[in-house]
Unconditional design. Sequence first.
Length: 122
Amino acid sequence: MDDIKRLNGYWKHTYVNDSHQAFPPEDLGLNTITKFTDGKFVVTKPDGQCVLAGVYKIDSTASPSAIDWTDTTGEDAGKTFLAIYKLTPDEFMFIAADEGLARPSSFLPQSGHTLRKFIRLS
């Protein structure tokens, strides 16, 4: 099964580190739920309110595995963020560069990078 299919499902956002700063859950939308479906994503609050949507492309043959995020709603609509990711059956994490920056080469947060972690719900 390819990673696009393996990522499909519901994931709870559990951690974020933005340019060396870890934030408490309430500050950066932690505990939101992200639904991944065949190259599309929708982020909702626990009450079901949609806060972000977009599309993504995966290159699991790259080393490390690469993912490109493009938001279609929200303040970053139309922007594409280059990232790398790790995916297991129950955990997903990625580190994305700010728009216009090169794709990260490691999972160590640095200026202009955001690391996010998720656990699978279904």
